[in-house]
Design a protein around this ligand. Structure first.
Ligand code: GUN
Ligand code: ZN
Length: 464
């Protein structure tokens, strides 16, 4: 392979901004004029253009001007077969699943339908700047094969797995624990670790899993300790009551997954809206992660995730951000950032003590504020660390896979360029101005700001 390079303005993270309250810029690496050198999809050199370019005098260079280039976005929680039910009207989680989701997902047992839906799914990811996603599929083998085949065709680092459910589900859509185990085994052997694919044992949620299905997950994890585990937890109050009624030996939702030895590194529980302080502590102690899905939590009316609690240094929980599309009504993680910011602001109405003075907690309130650094860290390095894929992606460190997104801060609703020119009207960008522009992108724009998405050093999407 021939070495190539990209020149432009680069921003990534060297640390967790929540660890640098008041000095978040210490967590950032910024090169207003930088050079990223890539060989065979892997980053081989990176830094200021003036420093790096003399080391590569003949390298073929693509210049990406007037953009901010970040590591590709990581969606920690999304549902492939819900691409077509995006924006379904009128229900909270449990009736929404029955009315909209199970009938649609069932169609993915048909290969032609699955291929059509999967093509739309990946096209939408790339148009949103998302280069990696931890993905729910269905409990059907064909749907999962199509997912892994398409991910391989696009050379994307994806995590996914057969999504099992055998309770509170129509018969036509139910797995049996034996079929779940056997088909998961087939997929693990065929796809896990092949190319960029990673396999997640995926019990859909506690409310939809018999003890036998959870025991099958436990057995798979014992047989393949390097696998990921992806599920939902504590999303909706009706769901939680149902789970605790099924497991009267567990005193909270996390306890159900603990009972089957599923909780630890590489475990992600999506949502976690109603987690107790004790559950947060157990997530933190075991190295398990939560996927924060703000757009979904608002859209399905699930509730307000306690971001400032999850990021408490006393028990910092690993976090990815997820769209949860189609529970979330957008494919773009930029919209998730917008919603996450608003969730933080709403939580702070309680924490500033203005409703009940005894509930004032200014430190937690500060952690609820989704600064642009916290936001884009969460989509990149933070997401990668929470999913235990930071050896591959999430930063521009040498040795990482060259997945990145070029954001156009002038693109969005009609007046975006004029609006952003309040902050910046030319010249070399400073970190401070870049942060302001990034905040403008997440609060005012959407996937229109995604100008280019690169996968393994190749242009995979260019906005029309
Ligand atoms: N819990 C179980 N299945 C689902 C799903 O498809 N979406 C969401 N948001 N929550 C779930
Ligand atoms: Zn979900």
């Amino acid at each position: 392979m021939v070495e190539k390079a990209v020149r432009g303005t680069f921003l990534d993270f060297v640390d967790d901004p929540w660890k640098h309250v008041g000095n978040e810029e210490e967590s950032v690496r910024f090169h207003a004029d930088g050079l990223l050198v890539i060989d065979d999809g892997i980053i081989t050199d990176f830094g200021p253009y003036a420093e790096v370019s003399p080391r590569h005098p003949d390298v073929e260079t693509t210049v990406i001007a007037d953009r901010i280039i970040l590591p590709g976005f990581i969606d920690g929680h999304i549902h492939l077969p819900q691409t077509r039910v995006l924006g379904a009207y009128g229900e909270q989680l449990l009736p929404w699943l029955q009315k909209w989701v199970f009938p649609e997902e069932h169609k993915y047992a048909d290969r032609a339908y699955a291929e059509e839906g999967t093509t739309h799914f990946f096209d939408n990811l790339l148009a949103s700047g998302t280069t990696t996603a931890q993905t729910f599929t269905t409990g059907n083998l064909t749907c999962n094969e199509v997912f892994f085949e398409e991910a391989a065709r696009r050379n994307m680092r994806m995590i996914g797995g057969l999504t099992g459910i055998d309770r509170h589900v129509p018969d036509y859509f139910a797995n049996t624990p034996e079929q779940f185990y056997d088909d998961s085994k087939t997929l693990i052997e065929k796809f896990h670790g092949v190319g960029r694919a990673l396999y997640a044992i995926t019990p859909r949620f506690g409310f939809g899993a018999s003890n036998e299905l959870l025991a099958a997950c436990q057995k798979l994890k014992q047989e393949h300790p390097d696998l990921w585990i992806n599920t939902h937890i504590s999303e909706n109050p009706a769901e939680i009551h149902g789970v605790l009624a099924l497991h009267d030996d567990c005193h909270d939702y996390l306890g159900v997954y603990e009972k089957y030895d599923l909780v630890g590194p590489k475990f992600t529980g999506g949502h976690g809206v109603w987690l107790s302080n004790d559950e947060f502590r157990r997530f933190s102690d075991t190295g398990a992660a939560v996927a924060f899905c703000p757009s979904s939590n608002l859209y399905l009316g699930s509730g307000l995730f306690r971001l400032g609690k999850a990021t408490d240094p006393e028990h910092r929980v690993l976090l990815s951000f997820g769209t949860d599309m189609g529970g979330g009504n957008r494919f773009s993680l930029l919209n998730s950032l917008e919603d996450a910011y608003k969730v933080g602001m709403l939580n702070n109405t309680i924490l500033d003590g203005s409703i009940v003075p005894s509930e004032m907690d200014l430190a937690e309130s500060e952690r609820n504020k989704l600064s642009p650094f916290r936001a884009f860290y969460s989509l990149t390095r933070g997401g990668a660390e929470s999913l235990y894929i930071d050896e591959f992606v999430g930063t521009f460190d040498i040795g990482k896979e060259a997945d990145f997104v070029a954001l156009d801060y002038t693109a969005g609703p009609p007046a975006t360029a004029w609006h952003q020119s309040l902050l910046y009207d030319g010249g070399e960008l400073t970190l401070e101005t870049a942060a302001d522009l990034l905040f403008g992108i997440m609060m005012v724009s959407d996937e229109r700001a995604v100008d280019e998405t690169w996968v393994m050093g190749e242009l995979a999407y260019k906005k029309a």
